[in-house]
Design a protein around this ligand. Sequence first.
Ligand code: ATP
Ligand code: MG
Length: 786
Amino acid sequence: MAARPMPYLDELNSAQREAVEALDGPVLMLAGAGTGKTKALTARIVHLLNTGRARPNEILSVTFTNKAAKEMKIRVGKMLGEAVEGMPWLGTFHAICVKLLRRHAELVDLKSNFTILDTDDQIRLLKQLIAANGIDEKRWPARQLAGIIDHWKNRAWTPENVPSAEASAYNNRGTELYDQYQRRLLELNATDFGDLLLHVVTIFQKNPDVLQQYQRWFKYILVDEYQDTNVAQYLWLRLLAGGHKNICCVGDDDQSIYGWRGAEVGNILRFEKDFPGAKVVRLEQNYRSTEHILAAAGGVIRGNEGRLGKELWTEAEGGEKVRLIGHWDGEEEARWIGEEIEAMQRGTRGMRPISLDDMAILVRASHQMRAFEDRFLTIGLPYRVIGGPRFYERLEIRDAMAYFRLVVSPTDDLAFERIVNTPKRGLGDKAQQKIQVCARQNGVPLVEGARILLAEGGITGKGAGQLRALVDNLERWGRMTRVPVINVNDDAVLEDDSTAQAIEYARPEVSHIELAEMVLEESGYIEMWQNDKTPEAPGRLENLKELVKALENFDNLQGFLEHVSLIMDNETDDHGAKVSIMTLHAAKGLEFPAVFLPGWEDGLFPSQRSMDESGLKGLEEERRLAYVGITRAEEICTISFASNRRVFGQWQSQLPSRFVDELPEEHIDVLTPPGLYGGGYGAAAPVGEVRSSIDQRVSEANVYNSPGWKRMQARASQRPVSQPRETRNQVIDAQAISAYTIGDRVFHQKFGYGEVTGIEGDKLDIDFEKAGTKKVVAKFVMASTD
Ligand code: ATP
Ligand code: MG
């Protein structure tokens, strides 16, 4: 066969080429971020195909996400210069295992059409088992058991071989229930996610002939992100590669970020032991990021002990330093980032315009996304959330919103259906059906139907009392949203005679924020998650706090609900460029010209949990996450933190993350926050001075009182330093200093752009371009830089 052209090899450096061309035997590519591991792995597939070593369906290639699999297929096609005829075995561990399991289901007593349970089904099943065993589910929640079982499955432990050291799990009954659960799944012809891998490993272990068949079939095995494989995945790979040992794994010990989900960075470190004679290729040239970005990432990761310690270099010298900026609070951070993104999109400071598709915001915890989603919606900045539901689509947020909807509009039957038995109120399907029938017969909404049913004694027992409490609560909360009288005596509003505007100033007895907290507390919804012992529960509680925080930007629940329905509507539009918002975990393997890393505060990043833990394990994993975050950036990397965050109605002052202190000074530009004098770019202050101000910040808890900070502000503005800026979200009392000065250009959602012509406490006189002169409360306007 005539040699085929191999242009894809010319795109590689010599180390990459070596890894690509060493087709036979085990190969490990162990190298830092952006050194072209994934690129080399892709080239290796192309080379295998091009040299005729394997056909597309004889290559087993594992990626970490479905998205990565899709991208790899596209890249293979491009490099090969022709469409690839299906690569059925290129995918995630799960995707590949589903296929294998369908083929051999009978070997583990399943039928090939088995169903895969989602988490909800899984929990329901566990609850049934728990009840059947006479265990009090309140004390020993099903979710806790689900977590334990998942953990065991990640370690490839079937019920028979869970080690005795684990015997105390779930009140000493974990193993027994695990066994029952597995049996029940078989009866239902079902699996959960963890089973997919575990069953296939069992099949391979118990059926050498089947294993051999696949060992021969998969002529070559390739694995990306090897540092994040768990024990079950590792065993699976070892079994499959056991024959020819043509396995090529690539990874980076510094990017191991799934320890909390059972990943074992040790897998990568013992590759050479498992596969003696393995070729180990190290790559040191980074092709992704500028010098400053690499150096900043390197500075942070140096703080970890027991690393393999790789040095990276890049030809991309110079470029922008990593930018660091502190903000007054989280809302201001979101606002500033929104403005920055728009500026970059236009092309700022002599830089080329950057498309929204090329920018990403990477957060530590998904609840941080809310502030950005809200802000971007307000300014009409298109965004997408990657790797998870958008904030307002999350289960707990939808539940909470259903409560709010019902409070505002008691006729919202869908909302009622959603929450009537969430948290559990002892109202099963039968009781719910009765409510439906009663409502229909009387031609009234479900809440009303429930009330009638209760009055008629149509519902009895435990459920009746709880239903009554719910119905009564809904009515009471509903009364609180309605403003008793419109306060037209307030002089401040007389200049605007529209009723809508007047209502803005009339206050119900309880603020909508207090009301929202009350609803979530009194309904038992918060408690439900507090009692929940699964790993996701703390995150859900955080999201609920974040939801309450979101309410501050609105003057009533109604306005908020409208805003959210707009967000949900927005979602259907999938065209055009968009900023990506995702967690650091979801960003693994990706790259963007411009990256924003907000919320670098102790307790948020590193997470509180990792800081509370004894030992450094958790903290080191957080540091690797920081490394992953910074190394996603190609040209511009912006790290930010806020001094204040509001947690359930309480302002909390925050300290900058310890990782901020680990950023090497010479690669950092500290930007001056918009702070006192409105938005826009601040001049970068000398790093030394700002560093000292940051250090001071750590000791003083609130940087805005620190002399260094005030000096910096004064320099930036060349105006005398006055009191710190009041954010529009803070409660403004009589003495409060307005955030605005006369002559400021502002924006009001209803009246548009205008200029401040007078200030009186928290009220501003504004000359609006279109709407004329009006007096409005300062918190309803925002500073405009247009
Ligand atoms: P991560 O650890 O973040 O997953 P990685 O090591 O997999 O990174 P890649 O994503 O493969 O790195 O490559 C990073 C960037 O460098 C990509 O844009 C890629 O196209 C480019 N690149 C890789 N190798 C080369 C090369 N030899 N010449 C030019 N560009 C390269
Ligand atoms: Mg990669």
